[in-house]
Design a protein around this ligand. Sequence first.
Ligand code: SF4
Ligand code: SF4
Length: 90
Amino acid sequence: MAKKKSYRQHIFYDWCKACGLCVAFCPKQVYRRNEEGQPVVADAAKCVGCRFCELHCPDFAITISAVDAPSRSAAAHTAQTSIEEAADER
Ligand code: SF4
Ligand code: SF4
C-alpha cells in the first residue's frame, strides 16, 4: 500500500497580518490562532496538502511542501535509469 504523504506548513510571520483566512479555510483544523491571531500549527499530521491555506493567504505568508517527496532530479534519474534498463533488455 502507498505510504500516506506528509506535508510541512511554512508560515512567514513577518508577512502575516493575522487575518485568520488560513485557519478558516483549512478543512482539517491543522492550525489554531495564537494570542495575536496568527496561525500556529496545531496538528501537522492532519494536513492533506490541499493548499487552501496557501492559496487564500492574501500576503503569501504560507507555503506547503510535501515531506519525503522525491526531488525532481531524483525523479529524472529514475526515469533515465528506466530508459537505460529498457534499452538493455532489447
Ligand atoms: S494544505 Fe490544506 S489541510 Fe494542509 S494546512 Fe493547508 S488548508 Fe489545511
Ligand atoms: S491567511 Fe496569511 S495573512 Fe492571514 S492569518 Fe493566515 S498566514 Fe496570516
